[in-house]
Design a protein around this ligand. Structure first.
Ligand SMILES: *Cc1c(COP(=O)(O)O)cnc(C)c1O
Length: 376
Protein backbone atom coordinates (compact mmCIF):
# COMPACT_ATOMS: atom_id res chain seq x y z
CA UNK A 1 0.00 0.00 0.00
CA UNK A 2 1.12 3.54 -0.56
CA UNK A 3 -0.40 6.72 0.70
CA UNK A 4 -1.94 9.41 -1.50
CA UNK A 5 0.91 11.87 -1.12
CA UNK A 6 2.24 12.95 -4.51
CA UNK A 7 1.99 15.09 -7.61
CA UNK A 8 -0.52 13.42 -9.93
CA UNK A 9 0.32 14.17 -13.54
CA UNK A 10 -2.49 13.71 -16.05
CA UNK A 11 -0.68 12.98 -19.30
CA UNK A 12 -3.96 13.32 -21.21
CA UNK A 13 -3.96 16.99 -20.18
CA UNK A 14 -0.44 17.44 -21.55
CA UNK A 15 -1.43 15.82 -24.85
CA UNK A 16 -4.60 17.87 -25.15
CA UNK A 17 -2.94 21.14 -24.17
CA UNK A 18 -0.33 20.69 -26.89
CA UNK A 19 -3.11 20.02 -29.38
CA UNK A 20 -4.91 23.19 -28.25
CA UNK A 21 -1.70 25.20 -28.70
CA UNK A 22 -1.13 23.74 -32.15
CA UNK A 23 -4.70 24.72 -33.11
CA UNK A 24 -4.04 28.25 -31.88
CA UNK A 25 -0.81 28.53 -33.84
CA UNK A 26 -2.10 26.76 -36.94
CA UNK A 27 0.61 27.85 -39.34
CA UNK A 28 3.53 27.38 -36.98
CA UNK A 29 5.35 24.42 -35.55
CA UNK A 30 5.02 23.86 -31.81
CA UNK A 31 7.96 23.39 -29.47
CA UNK A 32 6.93 22.09 -26.07
CA UNK A 33 9.38 23.54 -23.58
CA UNK A 34 10.33 20.78 -21.14
CA UNK A 35 13.18 22.40 -19.21
CA UNK A 36 13.44 22.08 -15.44
CA UNK A 37 12.18 18.49 -15.43
CA UNK A 38 9.23 19.54 -17.59
CA UNK A 39 8.34 22.29 -15.13
CA UNK A 40 8.40 19.75 -12.32
CA UNK A 41 6.15 17.25 -14.11
CA UNK A 42 8.91 14.77 -14.95
CA UNK A 43 10.95 15.11 -18.14
CA UNK A 44 10.53 11.82 -19.96
CA UNK A 45 6.85 10.95 -19.46
CA UNK A 46 5.88 14.56 -20.11
CA UNK A 47 8.01 14.83 -23.25
CA UNK A 48 6.43 11.63 -24.60
CA UNK A 49 2.95 12.98 -23.98
CA UNK A 50 3.87 16.30 -25.63
CA UNK A 51 5.05 14.43 -28.73
CA UNK A 52 1.82 12.41 -28.74
CA UNK A 53 -0.09 15.70 -28.58
CA UNK A 54 1.70 16.87 -31.71
CA UNK A 55 4.78 18.78 -30.57
CA UNK A 56 7.25 18.69 -33.48
CA UNK A 57 9.92 20.21 -31.25
CA UNK A 58 11.04 19.89 -27.65
CA UNK A 59 12.97 22.71 -26.01
CA UNK A 60 15.33 22.60 -23.05
CA UNK A 61 17.48 25.16 -21.29
CA UNK A 62 20.38 22.92 -20.24
CA UNK A 63 22.27 20.66 -22.61
CA UNK A 64 22.02 17.70 -20.26
CA UNK A 65 18.23 17.96 -20.37
CA UNK A 66 18.32 17.60 -24.16
CA UNK A 67 20.82 14.74 -23.96
CA UNK A 68 18.55 12.94 -21.49
CA UNK A 69 15.69 13.15 -24.00
CA UNK A 70 17.79 11.50 -26.71
CA UNK A 71 19.02 8.85 -24.28
CA UNK A 72 15.38 8.04 -23.52
CA UNK A 73 14.83 7.44 -27.22
CA UNK A 74 13.32 10.70 -28.44
CA UNK A 75 14.14 11.03 -32.14
CA UNK A 76 12.38 14.30 -32.98
CA UNK A 77 13.70 17.84 -33.21
CA UNK A 78 15.15 19.26 -30.02
CA UNK A 79 16.60 22.70 -29.31
CA UNK A 80 18.75 23.50 -26.27
CA UNK A 81 19.74 27.07 -25.47
CA UNK A 82 21.59 27.56 -22.22
CA UNK A 83 25.00 25.99 -22.62
CA UNK A 84 28.23 27.33 -21.20
CA UNK A 85 31.59 27.28 -22.99
CA UNK A 86 32.81 24.01 -21.42
CA UNK A 87 29.51 22.21 -21.95
CA UNK A 88 28.70 18.97 -23.80
CA UNK A 89 28.50 20.55 -27.25
CA UNK A 90 30.12 17.64 -29.06
CA UNK A 91 27.59 15.25 -27.59
CA UNK A 92 24.66 17.47 -28.56
CA UNK A 93 25.89 17.86 -32.13
CA UNK A 94 26.57 14.14 -32.32
CA UNK A 95 23.05 13.37 -31.09
CA UNK A 96 21.46 15.72 -33.63
CA UNK A 97 20.29 18.24 -31.06
CA UNK A 98 19.90 21.79 -32.40
CA UNK A 99 21.90 24.31 -30.40
CA UNK A 100 21.48 27.99 -29.72
CA UNK A 101 24.41 30.34 -30.17
CA UNK A 102 24.42 33.65 -28.28
CA UNK A 103 28.08 34.62 -28.28
CA UNK A 104 31.48 34.12 -29.85
CA UNK A 105 32.57 31.86 -26.97
CA UNK A 106 29.62 29.55 -27.52
CA UNK A 107 30.17 29.59 -31.30
CA UNK A 108 33.78 28.49 -30.75
CA UNK A 109 32.66 25.62 -28.51
CA UNK A 110 29.91 24.47 -30.88
CA UNK A 111 32.23 24.49 -33.87
CA UNK A 112 34.92 22.60 -31.95
CA UNK A 113 32.26 20.02 -30.98
CA UNK A 114 31.16 19.66 -34.61
CA UNK A 115 34.77 19.14 -35.72
CA UNK A 116 35.35 16.47 -33.09
CA UNK A 117 32.31 14.39 -33.92
CA UNK A 118 32.41 15.02 -37.65
CA UNK A 119 28.78 16.15 -37.88
CA UNK A 120 27.14 19.42 -38.87
CA UNK A 121 25.81 21.49 -35.96
CA UNK A 122 22.30 22.90 -36.42
CA UNK A 123 22.49 26.43 -35.08
CA UNK A 124 19.78 28.84 -33.95
CA UNK A 125 21.24 32.32 -33.53
CA UNK A 126 19.71 33.98 -30.49
CA UNK A 127 19.45 37.75 -30.56
CA UNK A 128 18.94 39.89 -27.46
CA UNK A 129 16.21 42.16 -28.76
CA UNK A 130 15.54 43.75 -25.38
CA UNK A 131 15.42 41.18 -22.58
CA UNK A 132 18.95 41.91 -21.47
CA UNK A 133 19.69 38.26 -20.82
CA UNK A 134 21.04 35.61 -23.17
CA UNK A 135 21.42 36.36 -26.89
CA UNK A 136 23.86 38.32 -29.00
CA UNK A 137 23.44 42.10 -28.91
CA UNK A 138 22.47 43.41 -32.36
CA UNK A 139 25.70 45.43 -32.56
CA UNK A 140 27.73 42.23 -32.15
CA UNK A 141 25.70 40.20 -34.64
CA UNK A 142 27.83 41.01 -37.74
CA UNK A 143 31.04 39.74 -36.14
CA UNK A 144 29.37 36.59 -34.81
CA UNK A 145 27.67 35.94 -38.13
CA UNK A 146 30.94 36.30 -40.08
CA UNK A 147 32.50 33.71 -37.83
CA UNK A 148 29.52 31.36 -38.22
CA UNK A 149 29.47 31.81 -42.00
CA UNK A 150 33.07 30.73 -42.15
CA UNK A 151 32.20 27.55 -40.24
CA UNK A 152 29.19 27.03 -42.51
CA UNK A 153 31.45 27.24 -45.56
CA UNK A 154 33.48 24.40 -44.05
CA UNK A 155 30.35 22.31 -43.52
CA UNK A 156 30.68 22.47 -39.76
CA UNK A 157 27.35 24.20 -39.09
CA UNK A 158 24.01 25.02 -40.67
CA UNK A 159 22.20 28.21 -39.68
CA UNK A 160 18.65 27.08 -39.02
CA UNK A 161 16.98 29.97 -37.27
CA UNK A 162 17.17 33.39 -35.70
CA UNK A 163 15.25 33.77 -32.50
CA UNK A 164 14.59 35.81 -29.39
CA UNK A 165 12.69 35.90 -26.09
CA UNK A 166 10.37 38.63 -24.78
CA UNK A 167 11.13 40.83 -21.79
CA UNK A 168 7.50 41.45 -20.81
CA UNK A 169 6.83 37.74 -20.96
CA UNK A 170 3.29 37.98 -19.57
CA UNK A 171 2.21 41.15 -21.39
CA UNK A 172 2.03 40.48 -25.13
CA UNK A 173 0.24 43.80 -25.78
CA UNK A 174 3.15 45.83 -24.42
CA UNK A 175 4.75 48.22 -26.93
CA UNK A 176 8.11 46.66 -26.03
CA UNK A 177 7.01 43.54 -27.91
CA UNK A 178 6.72 45.54 -31.17
CA UNK A 179 10.17 47.03 -30.58
CA UNK A 180 11.68 43.59 -29.97
CA UNK A 181 10.00 42.23 -33.10
CA UNK A 182 11.50 45.05 -35.16
CA UNK A 183 15.00 44.17 -33.96
CA UNK A 184 14.31 40.48 -34.64
CA UNK A 185 13.12 41.32 -38.14
CA UNK A 186 16.24 43.40 -38.86
CA UNK A 187 18.41 40.52 -37.67
CA UNK A 188 16.42 38.12 -39.82
CA UNK A 189 16.89 40.32 -42.89
CA UNK A 190 20.57 40.77 -42.19
CA UNK A 191 21.22 37.04 -41.82
CA UNK A 192 19.08 36.21 -44.87
CA UNK A 193 20.99 38.77 -46.92
CA UNK A 194 24.09 36.63 -46.43
CA UNK A 195 22.50 33.90 -48.48
CA UNK A 196 20.96 31.81 -45.69
CA UNK A 197 17.89 30.13 -47.13
CA UNK A 198 14.90 28.68 -45.24
CA UNK A 199 15.91 30.63 -42.16
CA UNK A 200 13.31 30.15 -39.44
CA UNK A 201 12.25 32.87 -37.02
CA UNK A 202 10.80 32.23 -33.56
CA UNK A 203 9.89 34.30 -30.53
CA UNK A 204 6.60 33.32 -28.87
CA UNK A 205 6.45 31.95 -25.32
CA UNK A 206 3.13 30.83 -23.81
CA UNK A 207 1.66 34.30 -23.35
CA UNK A 208 2.45 35.28 -26.93
CA UNK A 209 1.28 31.93 -28.28
CA UNK A 210 -2.06 32.39 -26.51
CA UNK A 211 -2.71 36.05 -27.22
CA UNK A 212 -0.41 37.47 -29.92
CA UNK A 213 -0.75 35.64 -33.25
CA UNK A 214 1.51 38.17 -35.00
CA UNK A 215 4.43 36.72 -32.99
CA UNK A 216 3.89 33.09 -34.01
CA UNK A 217 6.18 33.06 -37.08
CA UNK A 218 7.60 29.61 -37.92
CA UNK A 219 7.60 28.16 -34.44
CA UNK A 220 6.04 28.85 -31.05
CA UNK A 221 7.72 27.86 -27.78
CA UNK A 222 5.09 27.45 -25.06
CA UNK A 223 6.16 26.15 -21.67
CA UNK A 224 3.76 26.92 -18.85
CA UNK A 225 0.70 26.62 -21.14
CA UNK A 226 1.65 23.02 -21.97
CA UNK A 227 1.11 22.28 -18.30
CA UNK A 228 -2.28 24.00 -18.33
CA UNK A 229 -1.25 26.96 -16.22
CA UNK A 230 -1.59 30.62 -17.12
CA UNK A 231 1.54 32.73 -17.51
CA UNK A 232 -0.36 35.29 -15.41
CA UNK A 233 0.05 39.00 -16.04
CA UNK A 234 -2.43 40.15 -18.62
CA UNK A 235 -3.24 36.62 -19.74
CA UNK A 236 -6.45 35.28 -18.20
CA UNK A 237 -7.12 31.87 -16.65
CA UNK A 238 -5.76 28.94 -18.63
CA UNK A 239 -9.28 27.49 -18.90
CA UNK A 240 -10.29 30.45 -21.11
CA UNK A 241 -8.03 28.95 -23.76
CA UNK A 242 -9.24 25.40 -23.30
CA UNK A 243 -6.17 24.40 -21.31
CA UNK A 244 -6.29 22.39 -18.10
CA UNK A 245 -3.69 21.83 -15.42
CA UNK A 246 -1.87 18.53 -15.68
CA UNK A 247 -0.65 18.49 -12.09
CA UNK A 248 -2.65 17.90 -8.92
CA UNK A 249 -0.70 18.06 -5.68
CA UNK A 250 -2.24 15.84 -3.04
CA UNK A 251 -1.51 14.36 0.34
CA UNK A 252 -3.41 12.36 2.85
CA UNK A 253 -4.10 13.69 6.29
CA UNK A 254 -1.52 12.19 8.63
CA UNK A 255 -3.25 13.13 11.88
CA UNK A 256 -6.40 14.84 13.16
CA UNK A 257 -6.69 16.00 16.75
CA UNK A 258 -8.53 18.37 19.04
CA UNK A 259 -6.94 21.50 20.43
CA UNK A 260 -8.41 23.92 22.96
CA UNK A 261 -9.08 27.61 22.36
CA UNK A 262 -5.95 29.76 22.60
CA UNK A 263 -3.52 27.05 21.49
CA UNK A 264 -0.63 27.97 19.20
CA UNK A 265 -0.12 26.01 16.00
CA UNK A 266 3.34 25.32 14.54
CA UNK A 267 6.66 27.07 15.14
CA UNK A 268 6.43 30.56 16.57
CA UNK A 269 2.71 30.16 17.35
CA UNK A 270 1.86 32.53 14.52
CA UNK A 271 -1.61 31.03 14.45
CA UNK A 272 -3.62 30.69 17.65
CA UNK A 273 -6.93 28.82 17.81
CA UNK A 274 -9.89 31.14 18.36
CA UNK A 275 -12.03 28.39 19.93
CA UNK A 276 -11.93 24.71 20.75
CA UNK A 277 -11.23 23.10 17.41
CA UNK A 278 -9.58 20.30 15.46
CA UNK A 279 -6.44 20.49 13.39
CA UNK A 280 -5.30 18.28 10.54
CA UNK A 281 -1.65 17.66 9.78
CA UNK A 282 -0.59 17.47 6.14
CA UNK A 283 2.73 15.80 5.39
CA UNK A 284 4.14 18.22 2.80
CA UNK A 285 6.55 20.98 3.74
CA UNK A 286 9.09 23.38 2.41
CA UNK A 287 11.54 20.53 1.77
CA UNK A 288 8.96 19.35 -0.75
CA UNK A 289 8.68 22.79 -2.33
CA UNK A 290 5.65 24.10 -0.44
CA UNK A 291 6.75 27.72 0.00
CA UNK A 292 7.43 28.61 3.61
CA UNK A 293 6.38 32.18 2.94
CA UNK A 294 2.82 30.91 2.39
CA UNK A 295 2.37 30.19 6.08
CA UNK A 296 -1.13 31.31 7.21
CA UNK A 297 -1.94 32.00 3.54
CA UNK A 298 -1.68 28.90 1.33
CA UNK A 299 -4.93 27.10 0.53
CA UNK A 300 -5.98 23.47 0.80
CA UNK A 301 -9.14 21.63 -0.23
CA UNK A 302 -10.32 19.11 2.34
CA UNK A 303 -13.63 17.28 2.14
CA UNK A 304 -15.16 19.91 -0.13
CA UNK A 305 -14.05 22.93 1.90
CA UNK A 306 -11.05 25.20 1.44
CA UNK A 307 -8.82 26.13 4.35
CA UNK A 308 -5.84 28.39 4.79
CA UNK A 309 -2.64 26.99 6.15
CA UNK A 310 -2.65 27.53 9.93
CA UNK A 311 0.68 28.86 11.14
CA UNK A 312 4.11 28.34 9.69
CA UNK A 313 4.91 25.74 7.07
CA UNK A 314 7.55 23.37 8.44
CA UNK A 315 10.15 21.35 6.59
CA UNK A 316 7.96 18.26 6.28
CA UNK A 317 4.44 19.32 7.19
CA UNK A 318 1.89 22.00 7.89
CA UNK A 319 -1.46 22.19 9.63
CA UNK A 320 -4.97 23.40 8.86
CA UNK A 321 -7.60 24.38 11.44
CA UNK A 322 -10.64 22.34 10.39
CA UNK A 323 -13.04 23.30 13.19
CA UNK A 324 -15.87 20.73 13.12
CA UNK A 325 -15.27 19.47 9.57
CA UNK A 326 -15.64 15.74 9.21
CA UNK A 327 -12.10 14.85 8.19
CA UNK A 328 -10.19 11.75 9.24
CA UNK A 329 -6.57 10.77 9.15
CA UNK A 330 -6.09 9.06 5.79
CA UNK A 331 -8.48 11.37 3.94
CA UNK A 332 -7.34 13.21 0.82
CA UNK A 333 -6.39 16.88 0.76
CA UNK A 334 -5.52 18.85 -2.37
CA UNK A 335 -3.11 21.77 -2.40
CA UNK A 336 -3.70 22.69 -6.03
CA UNK A 337 -5.01 21.13 -9.20
CA UNK A 338 -7.82 21.81 -11.64
CA UNK A 339 -10.02 24.79 -10.70
CA UNK A 340 -12.77 23.25 -12.87
CA UNK A 341 -12.95 20.49 -10.25
CA UNK A 342 -13.02 23.09 -7.45
CA UNK A 343 -9.40 22.40 -6.58
CA UNK A 344 -7.39 25.40 -5.44
CA UNK A 345 -5.62 27.07 -8.36
CA UNK A 346 -1.83 27.06 -8.45
CA UNK A 347 -2.24 30.83 -8.87
CA UNK A 348 -3.57 31.02 -5.30
CA UNK A 349 -0.35 29.48 -4.04
CA UNK A 350 1.58 31.86 -6.28
CA UNK A 351 -0.20 34.85 -4.71
CA UNK A 352 0.17 33.45 -1.20
CA UNK A 353 3.91 33.28 -1.71
CA UNK A 354 4.47 36.52 -3.67
CA UNK A 355 5.51 34.45 -6.63
CA UNK A 356 4.27 33.05 -9.93
CA UNK A 357 2.77 29.70 -10.88
CA UNK A 358 6.03 28.84 -12.63
CA UNK A 359 7.93 28.83 -9.35
CA UNK A 360 5.31 26.82 -7.47
CA UNK A 361 5.39 23.90 -9.92
CA UNK A 362 9.10 23.91 -10.76
CA UNK A 363 10.23 23.98 -7.13
CA UNK A 364 8.40 20.79 -6.10
CA UNK A 365 11.11 18.63 -4.60
CA UNK A 366 12.30 15.12 -5.41
CA UNK A 367 10.59 13.83 -2.25
CA UNK A 368 7.21 14.30 -3.92
CA UNK A 369 6.50 11.22 -6.03
CA UNK A 370 5.23 11.95 -9.54
CA UNK A 371 2.33 9.64 -10.30
CA UNK A 372 1.31 9.37 -13.93
CA UNK A 373 -2.27 9.06 -15.09
CA UNK A 374 -3.59 8.24 -18.57
CA UNK A 375 -0.26 7.13 -19.98
CA UNK A 376 -0.52 5.65 -23.49
C1 LIG B 1 11.22 29.02 -20.58
C2 LIG B 1 11.28 29.52 -21.96
C3 LIG B 1 10.15 29.45 -22.80
C4 LIG B 1 8.79 29.05 -22.31
O1 LIG B 1 8.25 30.12 -21.55
P1 LIG B 1 6.76 30.05 -20.99
O2 LIG B 1 6.53 31.41 -20.45
O3 LIG B 1 6.77 29.00 -19.92
O4 LIG B 1 5.89 29.69 -22.11
C5 LIG B 1 10.31 29.83 -24.12
N1 LIG B 1 11.51 30.25 -24.57
C6 LIG B 1 12.60 30.36 -23.79
C7 LIG B 1 13.87 30.87 -24.34
C8 LIG B 1 12.52 30.01 -22.45
O5 LIG B 1 13.61 30.12 -21.67
Amino acid sequence: MSNLRGAYIDLAAIRENVTVLQDLAKNSEVMAVVKADAYGHGLIPTAKAARQGGANWLGTALLEEAIELRKAGDQGKILTWLGSPNDQWEKCVDLGIDVSVSSMEIAVSVIAGAKKCGKTAQVHIKVDTGLGRNGVSPKDLPELLDYLLDAKAQGLIEIVAVWTHFALADAPSSPTIMKQLEVLDESFKYISSKGIRNLMKHAANSAATLTAPHTHFDLVRPGIAVYGITPGGEVGPASEFGLRPAMTLKAEVALVKELPKGHGISYGSEYVTSKDTKIALIPLGYADGVPRIAGNKGVVLANGKTFNVAGRICMDQFMIDIDDLDLQAGDEVILFGDPAKNHPDVEQWAKASQSIGYEIITRLGPRVPRIYLNEI
